[in-house]
Write a new protein. Structure first.
Length: 289
C-alpha cells in the first residue's frame, strides 16, 4: 500500500459529501455503504459510489461494504467492483477466513469486469466482534490483497453489552485497549500498516492531535477521520518532522558506513538494530526509502 496517512469516511448516500470529500486533501476516502447509510438508502448509495469511482481521482478511493454475513455484501461488490475501487474495507470480520471469502468474490468479479487480478486491496476493521479479538493473529499471509489492518472502538463494546468504550477520564476501557494493542501487533505480524481508529469529537482538533500523536508513537502509521477538518491534523501528525528525518538519516548512514556492526555510538547514545529499524520506518513514512 502506498503511504497513506489519512482515511476519510464519506457517507455513500450524499452526493454533496462525496464531492466535499474529494477536495478534503485526505490520502484516501472510504466511501461508506455500511453504518453511515440507512437500510432504505443503500441501493441509491451504491449508484452514487459507482459514479464517484468512475470520475477523476484526487486520492485513493476505498469502499466500506456491509458485513459478509449480510445479504448486502455481494450486492455491494457487484455494484462497485466494475468501477475499480482501490480497496475494500471489510467490517465485522470474525477472522481472516472472512478475507479468504472476500478474496474469492473479488477475484471472480475482477475477471468478470476485465480488471487485473489482485488489483483491489483489502483492509479489515478487525476488532468489531468478540470472536475477532481472539483471531487477530490469523491475518498473516492470508491474502496478497491485505494492505492494512484497522480497528474500531464502537461495535465491540456494544457486542458484549458494555455501556461505554471510555472511562470517565477519557481513557479506553480495558477491552478496547486490548483490541487496540492487538491490532498493532496483528498488523506487524502480517507485515502491513496499522491504521488508528477515528476520533469522534470532530470539533476537538487539539484532542485529535494528542490522540493521533499517541497512536503514531505506539506504532500506527495512519488514521481514519470522520470529518474533513480532521484531515490536515492527521496528515501533520503522521508526517515525520525535519528533525526526525535528519536523525533517521544519521542513524541509517551510520549503520551503512559500518556494515556488520551490532552496536554503534551516536550523539552520546549507543544504538543497535532496533534503532536502525525505527530509523528506516521514519524514512519510509517520509517517502524517502
Amino acid at each position: 500500500m502506498s503511504r497513506l496517512r489519512s482515511f476519510l469516511f464519506v457517507p455513500g448516500d450524499s452526493e454533496k459529501k462525496l464531492a466535499k470529500g474529494a477536495g478534503s486533501g485526505a490520502d484516501a476516502l472510504i466511501l461508506d455503504l455500511e453504518d453511515a447509510v440507512a437500510e432504505s438508502a443503500k441501493p441509491a448509495a451504491r449508484g452514487l459510489i459507482a459514479e464517484a469511482l468512475k470520475g477523476t481521482r484526487a486520492q485513493q478511493l476505498w469502499v466500506r461494504i456491509n458485513p459478509l454475513s449480510t445479504p448486502h455484501a455481494m450486492v455491494d461488490l457487484e455494484a462497485i467492483v466494475g468501477a475499480a475501487p482501490d480497496g475494500i474495507v471489510i467490517p465485522k470480520p470474525d477472522s481472516a477466513s472472512d478475507l479468504v471469502i472476500l478474496d474469492g468474490h473479488l477475484t471472480a468479479l475482477e475477471a468478470e469486469f476485465g480488471l487485473p487480478q489482485g488489483r483491489i486491496q483489502v483492509m479489515p476493521v478487525a476488532t468489531e466482534t468478540p470472536a475477532a479479538v481472539f483471531s487477530l493473529g490469523t491475518y498473516t499471509a492470508v491474502t496478497p490483497r491485505l494492505a492494512a489492518v484497522t480497528w474500531g472502538a464502537e461495535d465491540l463494546p456494544a457486542s458484549v453489552g458494555a455501556a461505554v468504550n471510555r472511562m470517565a477520564d477519557g481513557s479506553y476501557t480495558d477491552l478496547c485497549r486490548i483490541a487496540r494493542s492487538l491490532t498493532i501487533a496483528a498488523a506487524a505480524n502480517a507485515g502491513v500498516p496499522a491504521i488508528e481508529t477515528v476520533y469522534p469529537a470532530f470539533k476537538d482538533l487539539e484532542g485529535l492531535k494528542a490522540y493521533a500523536a499517541q497512536g503514531r508513537a505506539e506504532g500506527f502509521t495512519g488514521m481514519m477521520a470522520i470529518h474533513p477538518d480532521q484531515v490536515a491534523v492527521i496528515a501533520e501528525v503522521f508526517t515525520p518532522s525535519e528533525a526526525e528525518i535528519a536523525h533517521a538519516r544519521a542513524v541509517a548512514d551510520l549503520f551503512a558506513a559500518n556494515p556488520g556492526a551490532g552496536v554503534l555510538p551516536l550523539n552520546g547514545k549507543m544504538l543497535d538494530f532496533p534503532h536502525l529499524k525505527q530509523a528506516r520506518r521514519v524514512l519510509a513514512a517520509a517517502g524517502l526509502n
